[in-house]
Design a protein around this ligand. Structure first.
Ligand SMILES: CCCCCCCCCCCCCCCCCCCCCCCCCCCCCC(=O)SCCNC(=O)CCNC(=O)[C@H](O)C(C)(C)COP(=O)(O)OP(=O)(O)OC[C@H]1O[C@@H](n2cnc3c(N)ncnc32)[C@H](O)[C@@H]1OP(=O)(O)O
Ligand SMILES: NC(=O)C1=CN([C@@H]2O[C@H](COP(=O)(O)OP(=O)(O)OC[C@H]3O[C@@H](n4cnc5c(N)ncnc54)[C@H](OP(=O)(O)O)[C@@H]3O)[C@@H](O)[C@H]2O)C=CC1
Length: 515
């Protein structure tokens, strides 16, 4: 019997960010392994015209929850969606709902965050710092609370090369930042943002670091742990391999490469690609929840959920495998044949951006205009290049994360828990994982049918022929222009033609003699 699964039985669990990538997998696993849990409260806002109930309904009826419905048929009754907006005071939770949350909650998993790299500082602070502070305040009023688990990121201290399982202070106190956001206007905030974030690459990593400081400062008597995952990717094993539902991290770039938009990226092939499957992060999170509640460590423990020091894979290997998978299972209606490459040099990268990205987009838009359609490729390409430039920071560096706490926890688990809540990435086969990841993107993100693979391959063959034809035509035009202008080129051309003629005459004569 799994001790962790048994621990969550009969518990009331509060999850923020349950509609997000990680939150959904966390809920799924909880329901599947502890179907006798009492209730999961989720804080949900309305979005894209959908009410909170409609959003929950959509999640529960998705493929991800198919297995859950078998083990926990009354899952609808065990999930309680509470309207909340983490940007508002008291999260805009009604009095009755707040009362219920305060009196019943046993465990909190705080996953909600803005993960956008380019969010204005005010918004990132509101969600990643102020909301965390407010949630801690709520937690301190919960008499039955056993553990508060905060999800941070392994990159909150990406300005350091070696990162320990400790909270590193930021130069300006989070409280001062929170206060200043109230009275500074947007223009001034934009101006001071680069100074505040210092050597971090974006507001996301900076505010996640501030969020950790808030957790440390406001922990009081709470039983808290922090989890720092690295780049979270598709599921490895559970509930099935390859599940992914958003474009964050590598997923968006894999689509761009598979559809032939992305042909080159400035990345260091030997740099460690510290990807971690989302189900691994969730297993560790649930194990940490159990350990923190049952063992009540004296201080706030930080757990790195990374793959680099257990089972490293680099971007070169990952890129190769992604391309190899495109050969077997190509994406439909590609713009060009997938043939991406890594460059390490900024100038070469700019050259390829001009030749392989911007030029084809301009040519295609010209073609769209000619055929009376609205041009759109240049806009799309600019967006893609902006995204790539934001991710480049992470694919040109390697980090080392110490993992003593994570290893300690692994050794504390029973063999059954090590199996059911497996977070040992040494067992992960990267080639298999990446193949399933690409397949998962095709199935669950692009919603493409496997039956369309022969047609997709046929389309790629057509694109290859067009490519050869285009290059040959380009070469002939260039050569014709050269011959018209240069005596030297004419001499070379004369030499080649006469050489070919002699070779053919010799070949014909010798074959006639043999007969
Ligand atoms: C030795 C030899 C070597 C040889 C090598 C061989 C070469 C092989 C090369 C092959 C290449 C193959 C492919 C590549 C394979 C690997 C590539 C490596 C890349 C990996 C990069 C990973 C780096 C991640 C680093 C993460 C560090 C921190 C981790 C975290 O803690 S948080 C999670 C990470 N967060 C993110 O990823 C968020 C990033 N996103 C943003 O910040 C923004 O979205 C943005 C990128 C700035 C874009 O903003 P925009 O305003 O321009 O766009 P917008 O957001 O409005 O979106 C545009 C449309 O896209 C839709 N959309 C956007 N995001 C999402 C989403 N998450 N889910 C769903 N849909 C999304 C959006 O709806 C818009 O659509 P529209 O409305 O229809 O227009
Ligand atoms: N994905 C990754 O690569 C990594 C993620 N992390 C961390 O993991 C956690 C989860 O990330 P992930 O699931 O990928 O992120 P997502 O962007 O998929 O999910 C974010 C969640 O936060 C919710 N949220 C955002 N703003 C509000 C708001 N104002 N009120 C209520 N809810 C809100 C979103 O709700 P809604 O659906 O309404 O938008 C969503 O449920 C985050 O803390 C992130 O920092 C750490 C390392 C890597």
């Amino acid at each position: 019997m799994s001790m962790i699964a048994a621990f969550y039985g009969g518990k009331s669990i509060l999850i923020t960010g349950a509609t997000g990538f990680m939150g959904k997998v966390l809920m799924e696993k909880l329901f599947r392994t502890s179907p006798d849990l009492k209730v999961i409260y989720i804080l949900v806002r309305t979005k894209a015209g959908q009410t909170t109930q409609q959003r929950v309904f959509q999640i529960l009826n998705s493929k991800l929850f198919e297995k859950v419905k078998e083990v926990c048929p009354n899952v609808h009754e065990k999930i309680r969606a509470i309207y909340a907006d983490l940007n508002q005071n008291d999260f805009a939770i009604s009095k009755e709902d707040m009362q219920e949350l305060l009196s019943c909650t046993n465990i909190i998993f705080h996953c909600a965050a803005t993960v956008r790299f380019d969010d204005p500082l005010r918004h990132a602070v509101q969600l990643n710092v102020t909301a965390t502070q407010q949630l801690l305040l709520m937690a301190s009023q919960m008499p039955k609370l056993e553990a508060f688990i905060h999800i941070s990121t392994a990159f909150s201290n990406c300005n350091l090369k070696h990162i320990d399982e400790v909270i590193y202070p930021c130069p300006v106190e989070p409280k001062k930042i929170i206060d200043s956001m109230e009275w500074l206007d947007d223009a001034i905030i934009d101006e001071i943002t680069p100074k505040l974030i210092g050597d971090r690459p974006n507001t996301y990593t900076y505010t996640k670091a501030l969020g950790e400081m808030v957790v440390q400062q406001e922990s009081g008597n709470l039983n808290i742990a922090i989890i720092r995952p690295s780049i979270v990717g598709a599921t490895w094993q559970e509930p099935f391999p390859g599940w992914v539902d958003n474009l964050n991290g590598p997923s968006g770039l894999i689509i761009a490469a598979g559809k032939g938009f992305l042909r080159s990226i400035r990345a260091t092939p030997m740099a460690v690609a510290d990807l971690i499957p989302v189900d691994t992060v969730v297993n560790l999170t649930l194990a940490v929840g159990w350990y923190t509640a049952v063992h009540r460590p004296k201080s706030t423990l930080i757990y790195h959920c990374t793959s680099g020091n257990f089972n490293p894979c680099n971007w070169g290997k990952m890129g190769f495998q992604v391309l190899a998978t495109f050969e077997k299972v190509p994406f439909e209606r590609a713009f060009r044949r997938p043939n991406a490459d890594f460059t390490t040099n900024t100038i070469t990268s700019q050259y390829w951006n001009a030749v392989s990205h911007r030029a084809p987009a301009i040519i295609y838009d010209f073609y769209l205009r000619l055929t009376g359609r609205k041009p759109r490729m240049t806009k799309l390409m600019n967006r893609l290049l902006r995204t790539v430039s934001m991710l480049e920071y992470f694919v040109n560096r390697s980090w080392e994360w110490s993992t003593y706490n994570t290893e300690m926890l692994m050794s504390e688990l029973s063999p059954e828990d090590q199996r059911v809540f497996n977070f040992d990435v040494r067992q992960l086969n990267w080639l298999e994982y990446i193949e399933n990841y690409v397949l998962g993107i095709k199935k669950y993100l692009l919603k493409e049918d496997m039956a369309g693979i022969p047609e997709a391959k046929q389309h790629l063959r057509r694109l290859r022929n067009i490519h050869y034809l285009f290059n040959t035509a380009l070469f002939l035009i260039a050569w014709r222009l050269l011959i018209a202008r240069s005596q030297m080129a004419r001499n070379v051309w004369f030499f080649i033609v006469s050489f070919c003629y002699k070779f053919l005459s010799y070949f014909r004569a010798s074959s006639t003699l043999k007969v």
